[in-house]
Design a protein around this ligand. Structure first.
Ligand code: NOJ
Length: 557
């Protein structure tokens, strides 16, 4: 868009802090890009591709853990919080990465894993060495239950048939781990743990990071009595049930720590509870998390009623309490959204040929929705290329949570190596590439203005130009079944977003409080998911393509 239609630049929307307007991009370092040719992604690889991310237009990078780790949970089992695993590089390379990212206008957010350490962390090694050890109380130890078994009925995250406890023969007690036995839970009732974990935050904030992503942060407060979970949730991992008042006090003091730094540092929390209302409480009264991930959309099928419900719940529970929502379609813990949408469609009887035709169109429409809903969107590396999950050959599975497919390496170009040098890994990268890397790769799509990659770029550019799309108000508009229609409005601009979840063309009247139905003349197409950019900037003709999505714009009268 150019300025001729009066929608560019500051447009009367409330600007707010950067993280309200930002588009975040999640980097899973093992799989993003390989700088040293050992088959595993690293900090050098990230640095080499920062310019590509700046070209895409994202504002902030969230980098999943790159700290020393035995890698049982691929970095979410940390054995040293204040250093870089040699697999990924050095602390100097991290500093250089942050400097360069900042030079390119990209903010950097790092992961903080406060609920558990690795069992190889020196704190746990000491804690397990004897009941009287200095770090014993840094973890959650209990005597055996009445029958000599685990102290309560909590089950762990990746294997719900297994207790969240492991017996330690040396000291005759069980230790708690909401995740794998290699990830013992820290005891946040112990003040030395709180102090040590605050120091970790300071370490990274002092190095100049712009924010923190806090892993399963709702789990850092536990009922000290460790009561059994109720029988009706038997088999549900305790990590998705734990919701204790004391966590809110802990988050308030973490918030004070973060806010004491200059420059609007922020914290986005992973609060993996299944109710949006419960998640919303972790924003506190604007004094806990700045942002919390919103998981129902990450699990929702591509079905209009599901999405309407997700948006309504979020607007009620999060925006309704004055907090700022987040939106995410994919991450490193779940099948990619295109994979989920395809398999859902297959389950509902869609034949393979139709699926092949509609799959990318759905991914395009989803991009429009993700980037126009009210709140901060988080992209997961590779969704801008339309990646689906890799098929992992039997015997090559690595992750204890079965999540390898969505963690496959990013194809950077159409060469046989897809940009992953084989210097010391002749068999290629640590996991196989996702399907169709010959076309679903960065270089090929960058050369094609009609690609999904370019669509993401155009929507992000439009958000930047029309602040209303990030910080404007939200209002539903009437729409036929199978179509979501909503306005984003500021004093000066009206953005009208239409998303067609069906395989049939649809017509929606541009009704609004200040616009008589049927009058499309004043609206221009800001972005269209179809037609390879065609029609963008032109007046809208009233027909929404099958599986199509458009963003319409006009100045407020
Ligand atoms: C959530 C992280 O996203 C996931 O990858 C990890 O396995 C668990 N937390 C445990 O740290």
């Amino acid at each position: 868009m150019d300025g001729a239609d009066g929608v560019d630049g500051a447009d009367g929307a409330d600007d707010g802090p950067w993280w309200k307007r930002a588009v975040f991009y999640q980097i899973y370092p093992r799989s993003f890009a390989d700088g040293d040719g050992d088959g595993t992604g690293d900090l050098g690889g990230i640095r080499a591709h920062l310019a590509d991310l700046a070209w895409l237009g994202v504002d902030a990078l969230w980098i999943s853990p790159f700290y020393p780790s035995p890698m049982v949970d691929f970095g979410y089992d940390v054995s040293d919080y204040c250093s870089v695993d040699p697999l990924f590089g050095t602390i100097e390379e991290f500093d250089a990465l942050v400097d360069e990212a900042h030079r390119l206008g990209l903010r950097v957010v790092v992961d903080w894993v406060p609920n558990h350490t690795s069992d190889r962390h020196p704190w746990f090694v000491d804690a397990a060495s004897g009941r009287g050890s200095r770090h014993r109380d840094w973890y959650v130890w209990r005597d055996p239950g009445p029958l000599g078994g685990p102290p309560n009925n909590w089950v762990s995250a990746f294997d719900p048939s297994a207790p969240a406890w492991t017996y330690d023969r040396t000291t005759g007690q069980w230790y708690l781990h909401l995740f794998t036995p290699s990830q013992p839970d820290l005891n946040w009732d112990e003040p030395r743990v709180v102090a040590a974990m605050h120091d970790v935050l300071r370490f990274w904030l002092d190095r100049g990071v712009d924010g923190i992503r806090a892993d399963v942060v709702h789990c850092i407060g536990k009922d000290p009595a460790l009561p059994d979970d109720p029988p009706e949730v038997a088999g549900v991992p305790h990590a998705v049930l734990n919701d204790e008042a004391v966590t809110h006090d802990r988050l308030r003091s973490i918030r004070r720590l973060v806010d004491a730094y200059p420059g609007d540092r922020m914290m986005v929390g992973e609060v993996y509870l299944l109710s949006t209302e419960a998640v919303a409480t972790y924003y506190g009264e604007g004094d806990e998390l700045h942002l919390a991930f919103n998981f129902p959309p990450l699990l929702a099928p591509w079905w209009e009623p599901s999405w309407r419900r997700c948006v309504e719940d979020t607007m009620d529970a999060v925006a309704g309490r004055g907090a700022w929502p987040t939106w995410v379609l994919s991450n490193h813990d779940n099948p990619r959204h295109r994979t989920r949408y395809d398999s859902n469609a297959a389950r509902h009887g869609e034949d393979a040929a139709t699926r092949a035709r509609r799959s990318e169109a759905r991914a395009r429409a989803a991009a429009v929705l993700l980037l126009t809903l009210p709140g901060t969107p988080f992209l997961y590396q590779g969704e801008e290329l339309g990646l689906t999950d890799a098929t992992i050959p039997p015997g090559r599975e690595l992750d204890p949570g079965g999540r390898d497919g969505c963690r496959a390496p990013i194809p950077w170009d159409a060469t046989p190596d897809h940009g992953w040098p084989r210097a010391s890994a002749p068999d290629g990268p640590w996991l196989p590439f996702p399907p169709e890397p010959g076309t679903r790769n960065h270089a090929t799509q960058r050369a094609d203005p009609g690609s999904l990659l370019h669509l993401y770029r155009r929507i992000i550019a439009l958000r930047r130009q029309v602040a209303t799309l990030s910080t404007g108000g939200f209002a539903w508009a009437e729409s036929p079944p199978g179509v979501l229609a909503f306005h984003r409005r500021s004093r000066e601009n009206d953005c009208f977003v239409l998303v067609n979840f069906t395989g049939e063309a649809a017509t929606v009247a541009p009704a609004g409080d200040d616009d008589p139905a049927g009058n499309w003349a004043s609206w221009k197409v800001g972005v269209a998911s179809h037609g390879e950019g065609e029609g963008e900037g032109a007046p809208y003709d009233g027909t929404l393509a099958p599986d199509g999505a458009v963003v319409l714009l006009r100045p407020r009268p």
